[in-house]
Write a protein that binds this ligand. Structure first.
Ligand code: ATP
Ligand code: MG
Length: 245
């Protein structure tokens, strides 16, 4: 599904090279986790996959479902089924979630003709499942949400939209234990239906609840180590230096 090859990218404004040759593959129904020290380029990778104009691809390739998407505009990438939850979900004043979500759903699934009342009911149920009262749907996107509420709302949206690939940047940050469990069970359900996941995290606590296929470590713009959940545990226990990265 997602195949990234030898990807190098720089910050347009300064020319600084941040991604220095990244290779990653995420297949259908697979969960790949990326860990790595602060500032190693994880969120930059997310932005580059989504085609953020702030960054420029120097060389390498991003393929999705066998198609080269390296130069596609962001909305085209979304249309292909790539969903991103950013580390800092933006606040959008003036747009209610209740009208935003159906609009996004149409972008991902133009043929979806779920009647509005049914969709509303489903949105309410999904919000409840992540521990958010239905009244959150009436609120403007992320405005005044707590850190954990933003992350819960992101997963609810992902669950409703059902993309082909979900890229979640620190979705576990700020989540309480109950939210972590609820969200893990939703991610598992989605992966079992064939959705692929690229999860960026600093802690193995989310990975404990999931059957992760691969853990990759990014340091200074490169993937320097790959392994399973054991690698995540070793990093938590001993730190990056001790595991030889
Ligand atoms: N818009 C920008 N302006 C200046 N520097 C930037 C910008 N975006 C990214 N960088 C730099 O690129 C490097 C990688 O940042 P990035 O956000 O990708 O790290 P990260 O691995 O996600 O870190 P964290 O774990 O702290 O979220 C950092 O040194 C950061 O300061
Ligand atoms: Mg980051």
């Amino acid at each position: 599904m997602l195949k990234i090859e030898k990807l190098k990218a720089r910050l347009r404004e300064t020319g600084e090279e941040i991604l220095k040759g990244v290779d990653i593959e995420v297949g259908k129904g697979k969960i790949v986790a990326i860990m790595g020290p602060n500032g190693s380029g994880k969120s930059t990778l997310v932005n580059v996959i989504m085609g953020n104009e702030k960054f420029e691809v120097i060389s390498g390739k991003i393929e999705f479902d066998g198609q080269d998407i390296t130069d596609l505009p962001t909305h085209e990438r979304a249309k292909k089924g790539i969903y991103v939850s950013f580390q800092h979900p933006p606040e959008v004043d003036g747009v209610r979630l209740a009208s935003f979500i159906p609009m996004v759903l149409q972008k991902y699934h133009p043929d979806d003709d779920t009647p509005i009342p049914k969709l509303r009911k489903m949105m309410g149920e999904t919000f409840k499942r992540v521990g958010l009262d239905e009244s959150f749907l009436k609120r403007h996107i992320n405005v005044g949400f707590s850190g954990g509420e933003k992350k819960r709302a992101e997963v609810a949206q992902l669950y409703i939209i059902k993309p082909k690939l979900a890229i979640l940047d620190e979705i576990d940050s700020g989540l309480d234990v109950d939210a972590l469990k609820a969200i893990s069970s939703m991610i598992t359900e989605l992966r079992n239906s064939g959705i692929g996941f690229l999860l960026i995290t600093h802690y193995p606590r989310l990975l404990h609840h999931l059957d992760v296929d691969e853990v990759k470590v990014m340091v200074d713009g490169r993937i320097v180590k790959s392994g399973g959940i054991d690698l995540a545990l070793e990093i938590e226990d001993k730190g990056y230096e001790a595991v030889g990265v």
